[in-house]
Design a protein. Sequence first.
Length: 396
Amino acid sequence: MDENRARDKVYGAGNWRIVWEARSKHGFSKMHYLSNKEAVRLYEDAYYQYFKKNPEKLEWISGFKDVYDNSETNVNSGLDYSIQESNSVHLQDISIRRCMVRLGMQFKGKDLLQIRSVGPGAAFGPGNIPFHLRYMVPPPELELKGWWKPGSIESFYQSNKRLQVREKAAWRLNLCPATIMFATGNEGKFESAKKAFEGLGEKELAGSLDQMDLGTSEPYTDVMKNAEHKARVAFATLIQECICDDSALVVPALGGWPGANVKRVLQEMGLEAFLRRLDGTNREAYFHQVLVYADRGGELHFFEEKGEMGIFADKPRGTLKPWHKSELMRAFIPASERPKPEREPKTVAELDENKPMVRPGRYREFAEFYRQKQLMRERELRDSYGYDDEGRRERD
């Protein structure tokens, strides 16, 4: 499901649009909203002003055959922003081409230059080029470390983006129990969350979850920072309430290794090699888990949980279920299974599927928090649109 389909599902087709907030130089009292075409023109103008002041930078770029963002097919867009042939929107390459025309230059090289976060073209990405109308970005400025810099073109494009919903449709759309997007590409993690909510008796909350893979990186060695990064990227992309869940595996005997890098370690080593790494040490470990909820205003709420100390078996056992989010479940023995003198303790993958999840504390805390937020939202909507507690229109 792409972003537009997700918004149609939540707000109804034709009931929403994306706009950009434009702040007057004289303050917030004179704000208006820009269409996508107007916002992109400002995006391009920022590039134009930068290259006008730094002509040698554009001269260097002209030494290439052309520029692109996420795919070499981007060159097919030429000077037309409406031609978006790839899975994600690319604007910086088109802006640079148009600046070449506006400043009377042309490409004359043989190789393509990627304008992305890495490589020689990284310096010309929208996260590094300053936005020329700095006053227009209203505080608090949305900042994602490692993606864009404060005061950059990308900061304007993301910080000023707003989702507008038709006021007359707000109550009938029943926005209170809206879809909560779980931003993850891990199907097991998504199913695990649904199972956790169902186990807590939160079937409505479980049913409101939807999944979208945004391919967000994990640039930090700290699980809290990774979870925060994912949530900020998810909200900036979807502009709707969403959750992200991240985990770190802590083996105290190894100084906390592998920590937040557990996914990469497993990909590089494999599970059996990982278990051999624990030979001769205390095999006890626990999971440090963080759930982050981005509400409709983009504010982040954290629900942290330190799991009970378990232990790793010598070899993998059991079969992964759809709600198991990691291959580690074939080797991790939860605390509830220790000790078991009458039989060999079971790994998570060997447990009966009806057995409750191990300490779904963060999901419980989130569910309680979300219920309270829902009640407040419903009350505000009733007051705003003149409905009583039974959903009937009150008389004036």
